[in-house]
Design a protein around this ligand. Structure first.
Ligand code: NAG
Ligand code: NAG
Length: 230
């Protein structure tokens, strides 16, 4: 008996779902007819227009990127970053297998450079996203687990609102043996010591004056040597 009632209820709900669906379809038929020229078949209008909308969105991002990525300025900056990263790669701190993170990556020149070099796993984050190269995240509160990256880079440490917090987050997400690489405006002893001091959990590897995107910069490399915990 119970089963019969169950079956009956199932049927009733099936019927009401069907009715609701039919009603919906009926309405879909109505809307396009009222706002579209009659030669467009109503049945395909709604799905098509929603597809069109997302398609358009992709197209505009795509278009925008194509425009940006085809400029000389973009290519020049990416090449400069590639040159810079090749220098880091020469120290054995970066390879095609490295899982890399670029913090405060702006429009994503450094992300593009690392990908061009052959790295398969590169993530860029910035307060304002620039898809598809850079996603949105707060450098002071990175949305990643501890120790998941082999290589973490930033060219915008100097602009950090809270430098020690910014540094601590970079150190947190890099694995033991992995590197944190920072470039700041060219500086000598005191500036370098300031950066090293912010990365209190890392061992110092190297400092060098470099040229990056036409600017004189100082590259400071630190490594999570696993010896210090905070
Ligand atoms: C890294 O990848 C690039 C492009 O895929 C390739 O040309 C290069 O030889 C690779 N480097 C190494 C060390 O495997
Ligand atoms: C980098 O340049 C600054 C001068 O702008 C100098 O004081 C410093 O010693 C240089 N650093 C290195 C590692 O050559």
């Amino acid at each position: 008996m119970d089963r019969h009632i169950q079956t009956l209820l199932n049927r009733l709900s099936f019927i009401s779902i069907t009715l609701a669906t039919l009603t919906l379809i009926f309405h879909l038929y109505q809307i396009p007819q009222s706002c579209n020229p009659p030669q467009i078949r109503p049945k395909s209008t709604l799905p098509r227009s929603s597809c069109d909308a997302s398609h358009r969105q992709f197209l505009s991002i795509d278009h925008k990127n194509k425009r940006i990525w085809s400029t000389n300025d973009w290519a020049k900056k990416v090449r400069s970053f590639t040159h810079f990263f090749n220098g880091v790669s020469d120290l054995g701190l970066l390879s095609n297998n490295s899982k890399a993170l670029c913090v405060s990556a702006g429009a994503g020149h450094e992300v593009a450079a690392l990908r061009d070099m052959g790295l398969a796993d590169v993530t860029g984050v910035e307060l304002v996203e620039s898809p598809p190269l850079v996603s949105r995240a707060d450098p002071h509160n990175l949305p990643f687990f501890d120790g998941v990256f082999d290589f973490v880079f930033t060219a915008h440490f100097a602009e950090a609102l809270f430098p020690s917090r910014f540094a601590a987050e970079m150190e947190r997400v890099v694995r033991v043996g992995g590197a944190c690489v920072v470039v700041v405006e060219e500086c000598g002893g005191e500036g370098v010591e300031g950066v090293k001091g912010s990365f209190g959990r890392s061992g110092f590897v190297d400092v060098r004056n470099v040229s990056l995107i036409g600017l004189k910069m100082t590259r400071i490399i630190m490594r999570n040597d696993g010896s210090q915990t905070a």
